[in-house]
Design a protein around this ligand. Structure first.
Ligand SMILES: [Fe+2]
Ligand SMILES: [Fe+2]
Length: 170
């Protein structure tokens, strides 16, 4: 069962799933499961979380939810351990470089629209100040990416604290 962080819904039963199922089944996208992202989660799960919240937000406002979901799933398509990279070259380089890397890799594997490319390339704005988001959907991912990162760090932390408190009270 596929789920997004903070949601109890089975994503495979939603129209959302049909929009990105070809991406989810691709072996390169599947390989994102090997990489940790934001401490406790995998890069695959983080991408799925962002894709889902992009979709929810853009559907609600009648924007391009398909492009938002697909670009969300591909926005962090890079294949190195982030911590090791940051240790060697610095966080600024990673923040600025990986949107371009993800967009190149995603364009090599899938046919992307101009809007989807923009969503991927601009998702780290304002860390990439010269790349101003051109579409509403590109602005949405700037927010959902941070929102998901916050949930991915905070929820496991709260679970850990809750487990510690409940075992201490026994
Ligand atoms: Fe990213
Ligand atoms: Fe991300």
């Amino acid at each position: 069962m596929l789920r997004a962080i903070g949601s109890k819904k089975d994503l495979e039963l939603l129209p959302f799933y049909d929009l990105i199922s070809d991406l989810l089944e691709h072996e390169t996208v599947q390989s994102l499961k090997q990489f940790r992202h934001h401490v406790q989660t995998t890069r695959f799960q983080h991408s799925l979380n962002v894709a889902y919240y992009n979709y929810i937000f853009c559907s609600r406002f009648g924007w391009d939810a398909r492009a938002a979901a697909r670009a969300g799933m591909l926005h962090d398509l890079f294949f190195y351990n982030r911590k090791e990279y940051v240790r060697k070259s610095g966080e600024a380089f990673h923040s600025k470089r990986h949107p371009q890397m993800a967009c190149s890799e995603a364009s090599r594997l899938f046919t992307l629209s101009t809007r989807e490319k923009d969503i991927i390339l601009k998702h780290m704005w304002p860390m990439t100040p010269t790349r101003l988001p051109r579409y509403k959907e590109s602005m949405v991912i700037v927010l959902t990416d941070k929102y998901c990162a916050m949930l991915e760090v905070v929820i496991p932390l709260f679970r850990k604290l809750f487990r510690r408190c409940s075992s201490a009270s026994k």
